[in-house]
Design a protein around this ligand. Structure first.
Ligand code: HEC
Length: 397
């Protein structure tokens, strides 16, 4: 433990700047100077860490009256994730989970936890509720956290909390020495530099950006859903565990495994969690010509049953890097021809920071390509039998 702390403290200070040019908030500046300005050895920083957080956090000092019944806390340590801030003990009623397929976050490692108020259930289609197995509705009081680290350094922990008047969204930025994690209240992203030699850095989103993705979920949460928690790669509070602990109002009527061979499963799972759950679904992009990459529990019998297949494969792409790809057209997925498929193309490009992001997908926050995902998509598309070219209509959609 001590060795681990020493390693962390010895690591170089990461510079934080708020994008594009504005000044840091006082709190973040204080956190940075606490972590970066110290000229003392790692040993004395370690004891500073001990004394500063040996006593319980005075949570009343961090309470923010934001006009809601519950208010919220400006310190992560007071949000309910930890039963002991000093020892970093996760509260016993908070459960860890990991969906089988996750969102690429520019190489950050992530941890996720959820709190479901004792005695309540998630509405997944029981008699009285409005939820379904594809559109879960969470009980008031539900909280979910997602923690991001870069190498050994904790960077931010995000919170989604269903309060009586609606969802609270925030991220808490860890100071360099990990003594504190304070709510980030600015309206533009915060860039953590020095973590990616090839890109501008890792971007912490402002609270107003959460809804751009989480607004596409049926009830805000995106990764805590049937398919991501059913696949064999899921961990912690999985779909099986939810059933076992009687936390769902209706239990699954199938295994909800992704169809196809290993490449197809990986590609469909990746597109589901990186594109489908937040934006490319019929909630966000209604209409028959839209590209939908969300998987549905009722459409998993074969790869061809999925929305990803029906709305992408052999469908002309509205977005075209140039009018033609060789002599052919660009397709969302051109079977057998990954080089003329816009889905791997846009997954594999990044626009220059700080935007505008016209080409890259997803069109926000990410500044580094995930080469493995691009490779998986290309490999899968390359195996699809080429189809006779459809009649080319006007590119009106
Ligand atoms: C670019 C889209 C995007 C943005 C912006 C975004 N998220 Fe997420 N978030 C996701 C996706 C997709 C998942 C599920 C996949 C995963 O966890 O890797 C997720 C998962 C989470 C989770 C775990 C619970 C869940 O929904 O599965 C929390 C908590 C969370 N996000 C909080 C936030 C907060 C707070 C913000 C804003 C400060 C935010 N997110 C901004 C896409 C986004």
């Amino acid at each position: 433990m001590i060795t681990q702390l020493r390693t962390r403290l010895a690591s170089n200070c990461t510079r934080l700047i708020r994008s594009p040019t504005a000044l840091l908030s006082g709190v973040v500046l204080a956190a940075i100077s606490a972590g970066c300005g110290l000229s003392t050895s790692g040993e004395s920083r370690l004891s500073a860490k001990s004394s500063a957080i040996a006593k319980d956090l005075p949570c009343e000092d961090f309470h923010v009256d934001d006009g809601t019944e519950e208010g919220h806390s400006s310190h992560l340590g007071c949000t309910g994730l930890y039963s002991s801030w000093w020892q970093r003990v996760i509260a016993p009623d908070v459960r860890e989970f990991a969906p089988g397929y996750t969102l690429w976050s520019d190489g950050a490692d992530k941890g996720r936890w959820i709190f479901i108020p004792p005695g309540s259930q998630i509405d997944t289609g029981g008699k009285s509720g409005s939820g379904t197995m594809d559109t879960w509705t969470f009980p008031v009081g539900t909280k979910a956290w997602k923690q991001f680290s870069l190498g050994p350094r904790l960077v931010e922990t995000r919170l989604l909390w269903k309060r009586s008047a609606g969802w609270f969204r925030a991220t808490y930025v860890w100071s360099d020495d990990e003594l504190s994690a304070i709510e980030y209240t600015e309206s533009t992203g915060l860039l953590v530099e020095g973590v990616d030699p090839e890109g501008p850095g890792y971007e912490i989103p402002p609270a107003n950006a959460c809804v751009q993705c989480h607004g596409g979920g049926p009830d805000t949460l995106l990764g805590f859903e049937a398919i991501g928690l059913a696949v064999k790669e899921a961990r912690g509070l999985t779909l099986d565990e939810l059933v076992r602990q009687e936390l769902l109002t209706a239990n699954p009527d199938g295994a909800y495994l992704i169809p196809g061979d290993a490449d197809a499963q990986e590609a469909l799972g990746w597109l589901h969690s990186n594109c489908g759950t937040a934006c490319h679904n019929d909630r966000r992009l209604p209409g028959p010509t839209q590209l939908h990459m969300i998987l549905k529990t009722s459409a998993l019998a074969a790869v061809e049953d999925t929305d990803t297949w029906t709305t992408a494969v052999s469908q002309l792409s509205r977005y075209r890097p140039s009018p033609f790809c060789r002599e052919s057209s660009w397709f969302r997925i051109a079977p057998g021809d990954p080089a003329c498929s816009t889905i791997p193309y846009r997954t594999g490009v990044r626009d220059e920071y700080p935007g505008p992001y016209f080409n890259q997908m997803p069109p926000l926050l990410s500044h580094r390509v995930n080469p493995e995902a691009v490779e998986t998509l290309r490999r899968w598309i390359a195996t699809l039998p080429a189809q006779p070219p459809p009649e080319l209509g006007p590119f009106t959609e």
